[in-house]
Design a protein around this ligand. Structure first.
Ligand code: HEC
Ligand code: HEC
Length: 291
């Protein structure tokens, strides 16, 4: 009799222990992050820097994902993988957190709770300069706070399981994998500026090295494809998301009109110069974002 009770107890307990294990193991993975020294660059207060910070926020997609008034956004219906991703209210977050916490979230993919982020594309901002980041922080703190009700984010069991198995990696790991900038800024300032822009705007989707990626539900092309575009066609593409061929570009059609119409002529020239120079560089393979 006693043995039967024991067996019954084990049958009841097994799933609970299993879920507990998945929870603990996935949390350990999420906490496994390497931190850079705390960010301590001065935050500017002048109007020109704050305006520059707004330009950075606009062209890097902060508004698209965190809301046009930075009020935050629930991604429940668009993305189901983490179960419920909620982009926080940035105007509020910037006032409630110090500079080092903001930097860790934006450039390193580490949340205020010390865990690797799972939906915020920090790997796109890893190479952002201290100056641009400081202006961005200044802007976020100056933006009016618009409060809305946001649900709590939720990391589901399927997502947790994929961290345990290693099928998914959090974005602090992605941020670590973002390659360094290579062009010598002294020798080729314009091409270096173009590389900087591309490596903080386009590598969210086109692969950490801009040479194409297999993402969750999209395959994005190697940006070597820009060589097929004239300067005018390229400008039209990145400001409207309409390809030279007239082909529908999915996500690109969505983000381009939100982020890139306010790029200056000089920024577009630099991007075009850099991206058309990619032809001469080899493409590394076997990297995790391009299996
Ligand atoms: C593709 C959508 C997307 C873009 C683009 C984006 N974010 Fe996020 N961000 C999120 C989501 C979703 C979260 C919630 C955390 C998570 O699930 O990873 C988040 C979280 C954050 C956090 C809080 C991290 C924490 O939990 O402590 C900060 C700060 C942040 N984002 C800043 C920015 C800034 C600044 C920009 C622009 C430079 C930006 N984000 C661009 C989607 C985005
Ligand atoms: C949020 C994701 C995202 C971002 C950010 C993004 N793209 Fe794209 N891009 C895509 C997707 C998705 C496609 C289309 C893939 C397909 O349908 O073949 C695409 C396609 C393209 C194409 C191919 C057009 C053609 O003729 O087929 C070019 C060129 C391009 N993007 C350039 C850029 C540049 C330059 C940037 C940065 C300034 C950028 N993209 C940023 C997602 C993105």
């Amino acid at each position: 009799m006693r043995i039967l009770i024991l067996i019954a107890a084990m049958i009841v307990a097994a799933p609970v222990l299993g879920l507990g294990g998945v929870y603990l193991l996935s949390d350990a993975k999420l906490r496994d992050v390497t931190r850079d020294p705390p960010f301590d660059a001065p935050i500017p207060t002048d109007a020109a820097s704050i305006e520059h910070g707004r330009h950075i926020a606009r062209t890097r997609g902060c508004f698209g994902c965190h809301g046009q008034q930075l009020q935050g956004k629930n991604f429940d219906e668009q993305w189901d993988w983490p179960e419920r991703a909620v982009a926080p209210n940035l105007a509020l977050y910037a006032r409630e957190h110090d500079n080092a916490t903001l930097e860790a979230a934006i450039r390193q993919g580490i949340g205020a709770n010390g865990k690797g982020l799972v939906s915020m594309p920090s790997y796109n901002f890893t190479r952002m300069t201290d100056e641009d980041l400081a202006s961005l922080i200044a802007f976020l703190r100056s933006a009016p706070v618009v409060e809305i009700d946001l649900p709590k984010p939720k990391l589901g069991w399927i997502a947790r399981w994929s961290f345990v198995t290693g099928e998914e990696t959090h974005f602090a790991e992605w941020a670590d994998a973002a390659p360094p900038l290579r062009v010598d800024a002294e020798a080729e300032p314009q091409r270096a500026f173009g590389e900087y822009l591309a490596m903080t705007m386009c590598n969210e989707c086109h692969g950490l090295d801009l040479r194409g990626a297999t993402l969750w539900d999209a395959v994005t092309p190697d940006l070597i494809i820009v060589s097929a575009y004239s300067r005018e066609e390229f400008e039209k593409l990145i400001t409207t998301g309409v390809a030279m061929s007239g082909r529908e570009l999915g996500l690109m059609r969505l983000v381009a009109p939100d982020r890139f119409p306010e790029l200056s002529e000089q920024e577009i020239d630099a991007l075009y110069l850099y991206l058309t120079s990619l032809v001469d560089e080899p493409v590394p393979d076997g990297v995790f974002w391009r299996p």
